[in-house]
Structures are given as structure tokens and as C-alpha cells.
Design a protein around this ligand. Sequence first.
Ligand SMILES: NC(=O)c1ccc[n+]([C@@H]2O[C@H](COP(=O)([O-])OP(=O)(O)OC[C@H]3O[C@@H](n4cnc5c(N)ncnc54)[C@H](OP(=O)(O)O)[C@@H]3O)[C@@H](O)[C@H]2O)c1
Length: 297
Amino acid sequence: MQKPYLLHMITPEKNLSAFDVNMAFDAGWTAMPYLDVKLEEVAGIIQDTVFSRTAQGLKRTGIFIGGRDMHLAMDMFHAAVKAMVPPFEISVLTDPSGAFTTAAAMVAAVAKQLKAKNGEELTGQKIIVIGGTGPVGASAAVLAAKLGAEVTVLGRAVDKANHVAELCNTRYGTVVEGIHGDAADHIDDLLLETDVIFATAKAGIQVLSEEQIASAKKLKVAADLNAVPPAGIAGLNLHDNGEPLAASTSGAVGIGPLAIGDIKYQTQQKLLVQMYSTGEPLDLHFEHAFEVAMKKV
Ligand SMILES: NC(=O)c1ccc[n+]([C@@H]2O[C@H](COP(=O)([O-])OP(=O)(O)OC[C@H]3O[C@@H](n4cnc5c(N)ncnc54)[C@H](OP(=O)(O)O)[C@@H]3O)[C@@H](O)[C@H]2O)c1
């Protein structure tokens, strides 16, 4: 009898994300929850898992790491990979709070529009990430900065924004231009020089007015992740995917949360299926999510 596909889903939080559980089952996995897990407990879970299955069974066994904190998720990811004892190796995917696949989808969608409308790459673009101190914004900041963009993470408190920027720069060291932190109060000055906006604040909050969009004379692309009314960026519609942004005076285009959500869904689905379909143990995080998202846009 063939062994079932078993995905051991680890989170440091009280609950798994129901979204991720649905995604796992829909991708063909049977999901087993491990809740309130501490970093130092990860290795034990991995070794319990791998030593109980044969080589064929291990191809049908995987680890998913969730939670809300991208840095803790990456620590758990590295602990899981390190705990494997060859040839007892299985695939590991981390996507805390859906942040990696969501950020990957947004950055890929923006890259596509920049190329299509302006013939440009992300390299050298001045990007502001509004509400960039959350897991999605910080992950997007890292991806864009790694591609050579000049990224400023904005939060309501400058200290928190600086801390997030510094942590991202230190931890994901290949950042080219580096990520800066700043207070959301400075947004009007920053908008004068901004090429690209990522709106990643908490759901249900409008972070940019039409007047502010009109003031951004160099704006090329604005992406909004907020699907809960009102729109995060005034005038940007849920399904927009390269449509002109009504208030823009620079001919900028918009990308809405449902267009990004569709790419995010496809990306996460693909990664979950890849974990067992390649027949090789894969270690998958935000950079792999971005590679997949670039093929989906
Ligand atoms: N479309 C999709 O597929 C998809 C998938 C996942 C998530 N999302 C959306 O992506 C966005 C980001 O997700 P997330 O989990 O990273 O968000 P989050 O952690 O809930 O919030 C991000 C940041 O928003 C800021 N914020 C909180 N309350 C605010 C307020 N009243 N006014 C202004 N800023 C406020 C906070 O920064 P400061 O405290 O530093 O100001 C916080 O760090 C959310 O809108 C979420 O719904 C979309």
C-alpha cells in the first residue's frame, strides 16, 4: 500500500492558519498540526518524522513552517533543514502568515508591469512600503532590495520602521542598496521621488488618498494588498492588474489585492505540489516563492 502524503505543519502560534491548512489539503497533502512550537523543539519533530519512514515514504512526507514572524520562521526553517540526517531528508516549505508567497506575488506583479509599461527592471527603482513593518511588507522589502531597488519601509513609529529595516538588512545580507526605515509622517516628501508603492498596512485601512497619488510625479506602479474596504490606495480597484490609476498625474498603473491574491494562490499551490512531485527533498522559502511567482505573472 502506498503511504499517504503527510505534511507536518509547525507553528509557534496557538493556531495554524486555516488558509494554509486548506491549501495543504487541496494540494494533495494530509496535514498534521504542531502548535505553539518553540524553536528548540523543531529538530526533535523533524527527526521523529524522518526516522519512521523508508526512502519511498520520505518522498511523501513534508514539513511546513508557518507563524506570524518571518525571522522566527526562517530560524525554524534552518533548524529543520539542519536536523535532517542524509539520506533521511524531506522537503521543507516556510510561508509565515502567507507573507512569503504574498510578497513574492506582489513583487513579481510589479516587476511585470514595470517591464511592460516602462521597459524597466526593479533595479534602481525607489520603492516605499507603507505599513512595511508587518510580515508581508518586510518580506516584499527584502525581495525588492535583493533585486537592487532602493526600499524605504514606512511605519507609524520611526523606531519600529528602523528596527525592521535593520533586521532585514542584517539577516538577509545580500541586499544591494539596503532597506531604510522612516516614519509614515514623512510620506508626502518621499512620494515626490517614489517610483513604486507597495501598500501593505493592516487590512481595512486607507493609507494613501487620491491627492497623495496625484502628488507622486514619478510614480510608475502602485500595488495594494488591502482587500477590506476602503481600498488601501484610493481609486485602486480590487481586480486591477495594470489598469491606469485614476488619480495619477504620471500615468502610473495599479495592481489590486485580488490580482495579487490570485498569483499568491497559484504560487503557494505550486510550491506545495513541488514538495512531493519532484521526488527530491526541496528547501523552499521566500526566494523560491518569488521564482515561482515570476513564472505565474
Ligand atoms: N491579497 C492577498 O493575497 C493577501 C495575503 C496576505 C495578506 N494580505 C494583506 O496584506 C496586508 C499586510 O499583511 P500583514 O499581515 O503584513 O499586515 P499586518 O501585520 O496586520 O499590518 C502591517 C502593518 O500595518 C501597520 N498598521 C497597523 N495598524 C495601522 C493603522 N491603524 N494605520 C496605519 N498602519 C497600521 C503596522 O505598522 P506600524 O505599527 O509600524 O505602523 C503593521 O506592522 C494586509 O492588508 C493583509 O490583509 C493580502
